[in-house]
Write a protein that binds this ligand. Structure first.
Ligand code: SF4
Ligand code: SF4
Length: 438
């Protein structure tokens, strides 16, 4: 097969700071309580299926929805439901959540059994039941991805192991610790969806993961492993597709429109584990790092554990953190409370001092064009910023603002320290609101 490994336009060279890469994942003890939000995926939130006072077991269904773009939610502990009400969520909003006081027995629900998977329909149904969403950060329900419209012929399964954000090593550890499951998961999807080939894309700063996956996949000619240039945002879906297939996903279109399905390495590995055990998505590997974290590490955390508890498990802080992020430094969401919970797509929690966490003051744009050169989506960030600041929201469509993937490359390179990505987010919200009104 002809191997394509193209260079995407734009992007930035960021420091890797993969301090935890060679640290084996440590399993955190069951916390005294978990708070499990009902919104852990794209699409409408789930409706709680339990109430205050109910006794629940590990893996028991506690939230579900009739909406197609949604994914069920399961209890990560055994214990008693203490509250079902709106609680603080990682985005800063209040979201209906289920608080469970753990009994420390971790009794498994009787409902758990390995699913029967003999054909495409059974496979998709099983993955829906597992509660799997994109574990790379997007949170898109995986069963929906596995079921593209009938008229879209998929000829590439692409596995995203790029992990281009600084600090985060959660995907890398999955490659090192669970490579056989990644390969099994790929083979499952190839077989069930009758896709002819798969490409695993990993940045070239992870040579051990690349050689391990090459070794584990050597007997399956359908699977190739690509070593990709280390350049942020290599792991963004559209840039990855272009890099490994040469295909461009048009604005407003999806990977399936160009014959591709993309899954994160953790997601594909989970599929194989789920088919083997029937244990739904109740835990997550989280990279805990940053200059003020005493003992950076990768931690296997039960979903619903507070980020404060996870930092505590990592030795606490060397000094009071100035900024805490859920996610990487380029795309992560700042947290104002340590009470928020780890959810399905949390891949890192990072804590910074003022030196690294402070947002520098803006100065006027000098029209140097660096933001334009850095944008992987070929947008004009300085112009969008200008229109947003002037409140000219009705004119933003012409700049294709909704194509922005919020990678932050523009802000990263701007010598005037313009808050470009922040203003673009505001602009996108305004455009969506206007569209809804119309
Ligand atoms: S990089 Fe900053 S200063 Fe340069 S054009 Fe863009 S917004 Fe203006
Ligand atoms: S405009 Fe959006 S896509 Fe382009 S560099 Fe900035 S954040 Fe990334």
């Amino acid at each position: 097969m002809l191997l394509i490994n193209k260079l995407f336009a734009g992007g930035v060279a960021v420091p890797h700071r993969k301090n935890t890469a060679e640290m084996e994942t440590v399993v955190m003890d069951t916390p005294s309580k978990v708070i499990i939000p009902m919104a852990q995926h794209s699409g409408p939130p789930c409706r709680p299926t339990v109430k205050k006072g109910d006794i629940v077991k590990v893996g028991q269904l506690i939230g579900d929805s009739d909406a197609y773009i949604s994914a069920p939610i399961h209890s990560s502990v055994s214990g008693i439901v203490k509250r079902v009400e709106p609680m603080l969520y990682a985005s800063g909003h209040l979201v209906i959540s289920v608080e469970i006081e753990a009994d420390n027995k971790q009794e498994l629900s009787e409902d758990i059994k390995a699913p029967s998977v003999n054909n495409r329909e059974q496979f998709i149904e099983a993955i829906r039941g597992s509660g799997l969403v994109g574990l790379g950060g997007a949170g898109f329900p995986s069963h929906v991805k596995l079921n593209p419209p009938k008229d879209k012929k998929i000829d590439y399964l692409i596995i995203n192991g790029a992990e281009c954000e600084p600090y985060i090593t959660s995907d890398y550890r999955e490659c090192i610790e669970f490579a056989p499951y990644i390969i099994k998961g790929i083979q499952l999807v190839l077989d069930m969806l009758e896709i002819p080939r798969a490409i695993i894309g990993i940045e070239d700063n992870k040579p051990k993961a690349i050689s391990l996956l090459k070794e584990k996949s050597k007997n399956d000619s359908r699977i190739s492993v690509y070593s990709l240039r280390s350049r942020y945002p290599q792991g963004a879906e559209k840039t990855l597709i272009y890099t490994v297939t040469g295909r461009k996903v048009p604005p407003g279109k999806l990977p399936a429109d160009v014959g591709c399905l993309v899954f994160n390495v953790n997601s594909i590995s989970f599929m194989a584990k789920y088919v083997e055990t029937g244990i739904p998505l109740i835990k997550k590997r989280v990279t805990v790092d940053g200059p003020v974290v005493r003992e950076p590490k990768n931690v296997e955390v039960l979903i619903g554990t507070s980020i404060g508890d996870v930092f505590e498990f990592s030795g606490g802080f060397l000094s009071k953190p100035y900024k805490v992020l859920m996610g990487g430094p380029m795309m992560g969401i700042a947290q104002y409370s340590l009470e928020t919970s780890v959810i399905k797509n949390t891949n890192a929690i990072l804590a910074f001092d003022k030196n690294e966490g402070d947002l520098p003051p803006e100065t006027p744009c000098i029209r140097c064009g660096r933001c334009v050169a850095a944008c992987p989506m070929n947008l004009l960030p300085h112009e969008i910023n200008r229109f947003v600041m002037a409140g000219r929201y009705n004119e933003l469509d012409k700049f294709h603002i909704l194509d922005c993937i919020e990678c932050g490359s523009c802000s990263y390179v701007c010598p005037a320290k313009r808050h470009l990505v922040q203003s673009i987010r505001l602009g996108k919200d305004a455009v969506r609101r206007n569209a809804k009104k119309a």
